[in-house]
Design a protein around this ligand. Structure first.
Ligand SMILES: C[S@@+](CC[C@H](N)C(=O)[O-])C[C@H]1O[C@@H](n2cnc3c(N)ncnc32)[C@H](O)[C@@H]1O
Length: 261
């Protein structure tokens, strides 16, 4: 019997019918993907076209560790986290993909979704989320994005950033078949420590950090249910608790709560 995933959202094998960047022969220049790539079939394939349980968990983290509204979802995809944030207070978003921006406006009616970073106002956001976005951009683009985050955040504003952990337990156990490699637009995979330094060097200090845990079995041979119990219990407990309990490096993705210095 398949065990329901706590987080949902990504498939393990060749999500886009292409090999991941790690599987290509020879050196690959990371380059931020064409915005048009993030279309309906992209989200259908990665399971993020609709709502998913993980987004409920991220909203609970925002409530616990964030700095209240106005809220902003950067790289808001199809808008389901944005819609959930809009229940808490004023919320808006940004998308590089026109398809995603249009879909997010439908999903979260009344929320502004910008498609140019110049349209994100200065000193306007208290809590910014960026869930599974930074792995899609090269370092130079991430630099520009962080500059925008810093100018848009109000003093004391906070960020919730989630991104696959290249040094995490899931990658260590699964190797080449790890989900982080299943999306060819994952051009910027780093370990938790590398992202931590990257953010710190750009003026974003860690307030709280953790991992989403081992929510996506199987991780070893054997019955899927047994593996679920063995590896996924901490992720499930954390999900129910709505707080970061699983330490960095012990799962699929890194979770950072950051504050602009
Ligand atoms: C894996 S999806 C995640 C979407 C959404 N945050 C979620 O968790 O459902 C990655 C998103 O990053 C967006 N993205 C890619 N490059 C971006 C950039 N340079 N700036 C903002 N968003 C970007 C894509 O359009 C896509 O919606």
């Amino acid at each position: 019997m398949d065990q329901p995933s706590v987080y949902g959202g990504q498939t393990r094998e060749g999500a886009l019918g292409m090999s991941g960047t790690h599987g290509l022969e020879g050196p690959v220049e990371p380059a931020s993907p064409d915005p048009g790539y993030f279309d309906e079939s992209y989200y259908e394939t990665n399971g993020q076209l609709g709502d998913r349980p993980a987004l409920r968990f991220y909203v609970r983290l925002v409530q616990r560790y964030g700095a209240a509204g106005p809220y902003f979802d950067f790289g808001c995809g199809t808008g389901h986290l944005l819609r959930r944030l809009s229940v808490l207070g004023p919320a808006s978003g940004f998308e590089i993909s026109e398809f995603s921006a249009a879909r997010a406006r439908e999903t979260a009616p009344g929320c502004t979704v910008a498609t140019s970073m110049d349209d994100i106002p200065d000193n306007s956001i208290r809590t910014l989320t960026a869930v599974h976005v930074v792995e899609h951009v090269d370092d130079a683009t991430a630099d520009r994005i962080i500059e925008v985050w810093r100018r848009a955040l109000l003093p004391g504003g906070r960020l919730l950033v989630v991104t696959p952990d290249l040094g995490g337990r899931a990658h260590k156990m699964l190797g080449e078949s790890w989900d982080g490699f299943s999306d060819p637009t994952h051009i910027n995979l780093k370990s938790h420590g590398q992202w931590r330094r990257f953010f710190a060097d750009r003026g974003l200090e860690v307030v709280v950090e953790g991992s989403d845990g081992m929510w996506n079995p199987p991780y070893a041979d054997g019955a899927r249910m047994w593996e679920g119990a063995r590896f996924s219990v901490p992720a499930f407990v954390q999900f129910l608790a709505g707080r970061l309990l699983v330490p960095p490096g012990s799962g699929e993705s890194s979770i950072f709560v950051l504050e602009s210095r």
